[in-house]
Design a protein around this ligand. Structure first.
Ligand code: NAD
Length: 360
């Protein structure tokens, strides 16, 4: 298979973890006989430095031409005081919008070797294996009217949560399709006892479910879901929810994995004629200026993003599983970075990448 991938290392540890993820991708392609065509482009702070904008037109063009995009992270402290529309993080919103990705998938799983790294008791975390599907293009983060109004007797702020039937329909179908390939269980999360958007959400989910009779569906209110994620996380297979609920719940899910450096993510758009999804793949963490340039960053989130890229954008399930098995083997061998190893000598970012390549 030909894999045309655009790589956007970004800023800080983004460049370090992406280098290891690319090495892993190269080994996979070598081993399974795929042709890898890699291109690099600028996004975030480095793009501001070199071109004056966080999301250059050239990057947009290359992203739209590629089969999939592998991203590191963006953000540099020197831009912290800049207005939001000029900051590196605006590059992220720009590329997500340009690629039309509407669902953010965050696989959350426990690894035996990392059970003690989670603040939860081992028996609660052992065996956790879920995917949180967060709607990415709608809801309160994008709704209008929005703003802070100062023309009345006192300042007043407004945000608007809005969803259309089709926005709910497409992300729900993605949740069902993922569940169908896993343990066939979908949990839809809403706040339908209070919000009209959630009432529509639930109505659409129930309607879509008729096309997936083989998948067991249940509904949870978001407050109860937040509780169940720490009380009984193993009950979840695929969880689908709107933008803001997903933002919050997926960070809660992160603690189950032991370190934020472990978590991959996939932002997925429309299906292509060959059945694969358009996708943007990146670790969940940011550019971590506190450890950038020190060869200390945990690359497993980026490497897991390669596994997701292989599976969702190319249907290469066997190759993806091999990357995940190699990850498990390296974790078990104890060659891990400092975030997972409070005592003893930690491995460097590069040593972990090398170990995964060897395990493959
Ligand atoms: P962060 O995720 O960069 O770091 C939070 C903490 O986790 C830090 O202590 C960091 O050292 C640690 N950490 C993160 N990733 C790690 C890894 N792979 N290995 C080991 N430790 C790791 O979040 P932050 O500090 O809130 O943000 C830093 C910058 O990153 C900001 O500019 C922010 O806007 C940006 N950011 C970008 C993204 C993205 O590109 N998707 C996401 C979140 C934050």
């Amino acid at each position: 298979m030909n894999l045309n991938i655009l790589v956007l290392p970004g800023d800080g540890i983004g460049t370090e973890v992406t280098a290891e993820a690319v090495r892993v991708l190269e080994v996979v392609c070598q081993k399974w006989g795929h042709t890898l065509n890699l291109k690099d482009a600028l996004l975030g702070g480095i793009a501001i430095h070199k071109t004056g904008t966080p999301f250059p037109a050239e990057t947009e063009k290359l992203a739209l031409e590629a089969d999939a995009v592998l991203m590191g992270a963006v953000g540099l402290p020197e831009f912290d005081e800049w207005p939001p529309e000029k900051r590196p993080e605006r590059g992220l919103l720009g590329i997500r919008k340009a690629m039309g990705v509407f669902a953010n998938l965050r696989p959350v799983r426990s690894y035996k070797a990392l059970l003690d790294s989670s603040p939860l008791k081992n028996h609660l975390v052992d065996g956790v294996d879920m995917i949180i599907v967060r709607e990415l293009n709608g809801g309160i983060y994008y709704g209008t009217p929005r703003g802070i109004y100062t023309d009345g007797p006192e300042p007043r702020a407004v945000n608007t949560m809005a969803y259309t039937q089709s926005e709910i329909d497409r992300v729900t179908r993605m949740g069902f399709e993922l569940a169908r390939k896993r343990r066939k269980k979908l949990t839809s999360v809403d706040k339908s006892n209070v919000l009209e958007t959630s009432q529509l959400w639930r109505r659409v989910v129930v309607e879509v479910a008729k096309d997936y009779p083989d998948v067991e569906l249940d509904h949870l209110l978001v407050d109860n879901c937040a509780m169940q994620l720490v009380l009984n996380p193993k009950r979840f297979d695929v969880l689908v929810t709107e933008n803001m609920f997903g933002d919050i719940l997926s960070d809660e899910g992160a603690i189950l994995a032991g370190s934020i450096g472990m978590l991959p993510s996939a932002s997925i758009g429309a299906k292509k004629p060959n059945g694969a999804w358009t996708g943007l793949y990146e670790p969940v963490h940011g550019s971590a200026p506190d450890i950038a340039g020190q060869n200390k960053a945990n690359p497993f989130g980026a490497i897991g993003s390669v596994a997701a890229l292989l599976e969702y954008s190319f249907g290469l399930v066997e190759e993806a599983a091999a990357v995940n098995r190699a990850t498990e083997a390296v974790l078990t061998s104890g060659r891990v970075t400092a975030d997972l190893k409070p005592a003893g000598t930690p491995a460097t970012t590069q040593q972990v990448g090398e170990a995964v390549c060897q395990a493959l």
